[in-house]
Design a protein around this ligand. Sequence first.
Ligand code: HEC
Length: 143
Amino acid sequence: MKSISIGICMLALAGTVHGADAGSPQANYMLHCSGCHGIDGSGSPGAGIPTMRNSLGHFLRVPDGRDFLVQVPGTSQSALPNGAVAELLNWILKEFSPDEIPRGAPRYSELEVAKLRSRPLDDVPAFRAEVVGQLKNIGVTIE
Ligand code: HEC
């Protein structure tokens, strides 16, 4: 009997973790993103996970870059609902790349995230390269 109730408890816990919105953007980052991106957003560049630090805010300088931060699979395919994804991206940008956010850049909204999530990217590296090229054209270098 005891093991059954422990089993049910574990299921409930797993439901909380996978079923999405844990609450604060910081908690969601820890649960859904930090495993790959690191607690401090530094990623693992050698393993194909770019750093978010002092970099991510630059993406907001071009419309495709702004879209990319939502469309990249780690964001768009997370278990989080659209409103929580919007809050999470707003938090990540402020936390890891505040100085690169262009003046007056609007915050992500639930509606914007919903629209972009319905348009997945065919080729993630190619689209990122396109965005990096667009940024280079306006004098911003991203690795
Ligand atoms: C399983 C590992 C993994 C998880 C979990 C993950 N990501 Fe990622 N993320 C990647 C990889 C790998 C890339 C590089 C692009 C690609 O190949 O998708 C990336 C790229 C990104 C980028 C673009 C950064 C850049 O400079 O191009 C953003 C933004 C991002 N992820 C956000 C998130 C968010 C938000 C979460 C959590 C909801 C998350 N990721 C969870 C692996 C992950």
